[in-house]
Write a protein that binds this ligand. Structure first.
Ligand code: ADP
Ligand code: MG
Length: 248
């Protein structure tokens, strides 16, 4: 059952030109674990998530999800497709197809990434749309949806993959404040269902509520990690303390 796969990231390294943005990240994630990543901007949080989905190709390191191992030294197209089936990405700016309806935005990945026949993809999309409270928006284009509805489609599209790991890159940062709550509510439900999640967010209250573990990143490294009660109330590293003083 892929949805309960253990995940091991080792030595994940990414350079842009002469700059090392990820400095050999090691991270084990237990099935059902909900991890929140915090840290200053420009620290490599997005790059870490993007490398886990091979949206950015890492320069070195291994990603293991269940029985799949993808090593940057010899990753082939088939490995990368297999990895993408196992890591569903939710983008800050939703990244929906503007010329596709809500339903088509969800079926697209099911057809191209999962290889589902169209009738099955449609049935699955409709179930997801009901589940995310968007049944009446199935035939709406993104431009006709609120920011909150668009991001719920973005999350629904990721949910549809039924992936053992969901990656969220600041999923509420682009939203007007009035839409943040409904998106966090949907993510809370996913967290309650023990979906394995890796979430970059500045929503510290949300992190306190749902995270099993909080990682503080700076300079392409995981500087400190622990349960939210420890990280938020008694950070051990002065860089974590300094960051939290500035954002809370
Ligand atoms: P964060 O998400 O923590 O704000 P990022 O992962 O987006 O940080 O970026 C980390 C660093 O990598 C930044 O210095 C950023 O400018 C750089 N960077 C990110 N993507 C690219 C890219 N495609 N080309 C060059 N530099 C990049
Ligand atoms: Mg970022």
């Amino acid at each position: 059952m892929t949805n309960s796969s253990a995940i091991r990231i080792s030595g994940l390294t990414k350079r842009f030109g002469a700059t090392t943005v990820l400095n050999g990240i090691d991270l084990d994630i237990a099935p059902g674990e909900r991890i929140v990543i915090i840290g200053p901007s420009g620290t490599g949080k997005s790059t870490l998530l993007r490398c886990l989905n091979y949206l950015d190709r890492p320069d070195a390191g291994q990603i293991r999800i269940g029985d799949l191992t993808v090593d940057a030294a010899h990753a082939r197209a088939a490995d990368i497709l297999a990895l993408r089936r196992r890591t569903a990405f939710v983008f800050q700016n939703y990244a929906l197809f503007a010329n596709k309806t809500a339903r088509q935005n969800i079926t697209e990945a099911l057809i191209t990434v999962k290889g589902l026949p169209k009738p099955e993809a449609n049935a699955r999309a409709d179930a997801i749309l009901r589940d995310t409270g968007l049944a009446d928006k199935a035939d709406s284009y993104p431009a006709a949806l609120s920011g909150g509805q668009q991001q719920r489609v973005g999350i629904g599209r990721a949910m549809a993959l039924d992936a053992p790991l969901m990656l969220f890159d600041e999923p509420t940062s682009a939203l007007d404040p009035e839409w943040v709550g409904e998106v966090l509510d949907l993510m809370r439900r996913l967290a309650e269902s023990r979906q394995t999640m890796l979430i970059v967010t500045h929503e510290m209250q949300f992190a306190r509520e749902i995270a099993d573990r909080v990682l503080f990143m700076e300079g392409g490294r995981i500087v400190e990690q622990g349960p939210p009660a420890q990280i938020f109330t008694a950070p051990q590293d002065p860089r974590t303390a300094d960051f939290l003083r500035r954002v809370t």
